[in-house]
Write a protein that binds this ligand. Structure first.
Ligand SMILES: [Mn+2]
Length: 320
């Protein structure tokens, strides 16, 4: 916390009277959405000139959040002095062209780029929203209103997979307590997890039918082909959560979903249970993330992509 305290103080001083734009990664998860929306609302409450951007917009499961309508899909940094990159290891993850104004990164991913002396990168943080919350508390906590708190709680809930994972549970629970005292949060779990579309189950059924195992059933994987999206009427948001079913199997250490969003380009979504460092593993393919949740992209035919992944995975075999 020492590091976060020092850095937040420094960043608050630096940002005062600046015009700010906020961005996060493509295929945004709850942490990306929660940190962009929550921070945008907070800065607006304080009277700042702020704009929030997400290339892919707000996914269906987060459309209940107040403030979603403020988030823009096309990045324009004209009129902004600084761009804050949230929950992303590098700017390229935003899907936007890198702007020519200073970038500051606030993130909890293990790997990535450092953009300035003001960056706050703390891997112990349970979510990026926790770092943004620390910043807002330092700034002026009176402006953390109901809507800000609900956005932050959504990020915390989803990035910890409903408090299933956290590098520091005490930190996660302290934030949850704080946010629950500032907003009613009892409906958020339902809104995020129990409003799945039929198309999600159509994709899930295909994925479960294709389950494969290797390395003595320690590795389980499945795949979703580009055609599957059209045939099931699903879109990219419907893949969210499928990999959890794969890794939840008893005895499986690592679960992987290979998703062909674009023809011939497979997005690898990997989840683990602590024995394999998936951030490092995915890093070998130019990706990254956290120890137990990471991703990367691999190009090629499905068989080649799976073989390439297994080849790298083999190096972790002794830890299984
Ligand atoms: Mn995150």
């Amino acid at each position: 916390m020492e590091y976060v305290n020092k850095k937040t103080e420094k960043l608050v001083n630096h940002l005062s009277s600046k015009r700010i734009c906020l961005v996060s990664h493509v295929h945004p998860d709850g942490d990306a959405v929660g940190s962009v929306i929550g921070f945008t609302l907070f800065l607006k409450n304080m009277g700042y000139n702020v704009r929030g951007f997400l290339k892919d917009g707000i996914p269906y499961q987060y459309t209940f959040l107040y403030g979603r309508e403020l988030i823009e899909k096309k990045l324009t940094t004209e009129g902004s002095d600084v761009c804050i990159l949230l929950d992303a290891s590098e700017f390229s993850r935003t899907g936007f062209e890198k702007p020519d104004i200073p970038i500051i990164r606030i993130d909890h991913h293990k790997t990535g780029e450092i953009y300035s002396e003001y960056d706050i990168v703390e891997t112990k943080s349970p979510a990026t929203v926790s770092l943004v919350l620390a910043l807002c508390k330092k700034w002026d906590e009176r402006y953390i209103d109901e809507n800000v708190a609900r956005a932050f709680y959504t990020g915390l809930l989803t990035d910890t997979v409903s408090f299933l994972h956290a590098n520091l549970f005490t930190w996660a629970f302290q934030d949850a307590l704080y946010l629950s005292q500032r907003a009613h949060i009892d409906d958020i779990g339902f809104l995020v997890y129990e409003r799945k579309r039929k198309s999600f189950y159509a994709l899930l059924m295909r994925a479960l039918k294709r389950l494969s195992f290797d390395f003595n059933d320690k590795l389980a994987y499945t795949f979703i082909k580009n055609e599957d999206f059209k045939e099931t009427n699903a879109n990219g948001e419907d893949t969210d959560g499928i990999v959890r079913h794969v890794v939840s199997i008893d005895g499986v250490e690592v679960g992987v979903n290979f998703i062909e969003y674009e023809k011939g380009i497979w997005k690898v979504s990997a989840r683990g249970k602590g024995k394999v460092d998936l951030a490092l593993l995915c890093g070998e393919f130019g990706g990254g993330g956290h120890k137990n949740a990471a991703g990367c992209s691999i190009e090629g035919r499905l068989e080649e992509v799976i073989a390439a992944f297994k080849k790298v995975f083999r190096r972790w075999e002794e830890y299984l």
